[in-house]
Design a protein around this ligand. Structure first.
Ligand SMILES: CCCC(=O)SCCNC(=O)CCNC(=O)[C@H](O)C(C)(C)COP(=O)(O)OP(=O)(O)OC[C@H]1O[C@@H](n2cnc3c(N)ncnc32)[C@H](O)[C@@H]1OP(=O)(O)O
Ligand SMILES: Nc1ncnc2c1ncn2[C@@H]1O[C@H](COP(=O)(O)OP(=O)(O)OP(=O)(O)O)[C@@H](O)[C@H]1O
Ligand SMILES: O=C(O)CCC(=O)C(=O)O
Ligand SMILES: [Fe+2]
Ligand SMILES: [Mg+2]
Length: 294
């Protein structure tokens, strides 16, 4: 099926874990082979550990995102897909979960199957989907940005629908921090894993590199003729010629990105596919370490 689905997770660490900015003391080891001037380098967005290479670290510092190829196994992705289908068929109903449909079919009769569900949100009480947040390979990278105390704050599995012709399958360019009441922003990272091949044709993730260094911009609903999904706010100074990068990703590839990075996704022009609340302490679930501030 030519659908475009992705599971993704958000995590936050309290201010007690690390300063949100400033000079981090480096402890280089033989494997990482940092240059001599490394100690004088300032890193604001990444922590000092041996997981990221210096090149990867610099890339995230400069661009606000980092793609790690082939991170999540096909076997795990198949399990997440099966659980998503069980949720759509209403065979399981995890507490707190929200099931969403695209605005173009929101007024149609609800049929419980995965062809009409565009997204399940807040799956933290579903043990099978929550496993995504605890996968060692995901946590290992998340810690590079958050430190060791990790809360999953906003979980979603997105099943982007084929566009009905109204271009409502687009997700306007936005900054996730617009939706978050918690800080500090530099200790928040989003992990987004492609559950199948994704490119411009099926509405891959689109980012504007370096925008994590800018401010949180005002957001509003875009003036789109065909309508826009509830809560899909976008930045107001959108320009056609901004420096967008379309992230072409294969199944299992995972992008980690900063909550100020401007990103969105285009229309799903293929014939395959893809509901919303705010009580953050219920939506949050500890992944690792101590629950510090929520
Ligand atoms: C950080 C992140 C980047 C993001 O992903 S931002 C997106 C975050 N999105 C959210 O937080 C969305 C929150 N969702 C919701 O509040 C609910 O799912 C939602 C849309 C109100 C529907 O809730 P329910 O009441 O459970 O469902 P329902 O089917 O009975 O619909 C109630 C009314 O809402 C409408 N609706 C459903 N899905 C929609 C959509 N996608 N866009 C616009 N309107 C939509 C639906 O037509 C119905 O309207 P009416 O009351 O009959 O007039
Ligand atoms: N007025 C707007 N405000 C905010 N974001 C927008 C606006 N118009 C488009 N976007 C977003 O810009 C991003 C990039 O759009 P892009 O042109 O790459 O995709 P597309 O138009 O769906 O596909 P294509 O250009 O390949 O036909 C998408 O996330 C889209 O939702
Ligand atoms: O996957 C998409 O289409 C957009 C997702 C998004 O905005 C996010 O994961 O924060
Ligand atoms: Fe987002
Ligand atoms: Mg376009």
């Amino acid at each position: 099926m030519e659908s475009r689905a992705s599971v993704r997770l958000r995590v936050v660490l309290s201010h007690l874990g690390r300063p949100s900015a400033g000079l981090l003391v480096a402890h280089p080891t033989a494997e990482t082979a940092y240059p001599a001037n490394f100690h004088t380098q300032q890193f604001q967005y990444t922590l000092d550990n041996n997981v990221l290479s210096l090149e990867q670290r610099k890339f995230y510092e400069d661009n606000g995102f980092l793609v790690i190829k082939n991170l999540v196994s096909d076997a795990d992705i198949e399990r997440f897909r099966m659980e998503f289908e069980r949720i759509c068929r209403e065979e399981v109903k995890p507490p707190g979960i929200m099931i969403m449909r695209d605005v173009s079919i929101a007024k149609s009769e609800f049929v419980p199957d995965e062809t009409v569900v565009s997204k399940v949100q807040d799956f933290q009480e579903d043990e099978e989907l929550f496993r995504y947040c605890t996968l060692p390979e995901i946590v290992k990278y998340v810690e590079c940005f958050t430190g060791p105390n990790i809360m999953a704050m906003h979980t979603m599995l997105i099943n982007k629908p084929p566009d009905t012709g109204k271009k409502t399958s687009r997700h306007p360019l936005h900054q996730d921090l617009h939706y978050f009441p918690f800080r500090p922003s530099d200790s928040i990272v989003c992990a987004w894993t492609a559950m199948e091949h994704t490119d411009r044709n099926n509405g891959c993730l689109v980012v504007i590199p370096g925008t994590h260094k800018g401010p949180l911009k005002p957001h509003a609903y875009p003036q789109w003729e065909g309508g826009v999904n509830l809560m899909y706010h976008g930045i107001q100074d959108y320009e056609e010629d901004n420096k967008r990068v379309h992230l072409v990703m294969e199944k299992g590839d995972t992008v980690f990105f900063h909550p100020l990075l401007i990103h969105g996704s285009g229309e799903n022009k293929t014939q395959g596919f893809r509901k919303f609340q705010d009580v953050w302490s219920f939506r949050a679930r500890l992944v690792k370490g101590e629950r510090i501030n929520l």
